[in-house]
Design a protein around this ligand. Structure first.
Ligand code: ZN
Length: 106
């Protein structure tokens, strides 16, 4: 049996932050692409061009940068991914650590 006393609740945490750059404006256009692989190669070329732009500031192409915050729900007790399970008595528990789930407020 688990001897965990603390009840678990859902924690919504900032998991990662990435910057996404939309370089499609530097490409010939998605409607001309033959395949996703070909589109990936176009974007890779665009990324290289963008690096060159950063180096010499001569490009006039439109580039959009987005900061993307990635959140995830984790268990407050074990910090593992929030996933529910039921024990033998049909009580809701954390699937990772087995802590009983504190009732969530709406
Ligand atoms: Zn847990």
């Amino acid at each position: 049996m688990s001897d965990i006393k603390e009840k678990a609740k859902r924690l919504h945490i900032l998991d990662d932050v990435i910057v996404e750059a939309d370089l499609s404006g530097m490409c010939w256009g998605s409607r001309y692409r033959e395949s996703e692989e070909e589109w990936a190669k176009q974007l890779e070329r665009a990324a290289k061009e963008f690096h060159d732009f950063l180096r010499d500031h001569r490009s006039q192409d439109m580039v959009v940068l987005d900061v993307v915050r990635k959140y995830k729900d984790v268990c407050s007790v074990c910090k593992d991914t929030w996933e529910l399970d039921k024990d033998d008595n049909d009580v809701l528990i954390c699937a990772a650590c087995g802590a009983e789930i504190e009732e969530e407020k709406p």
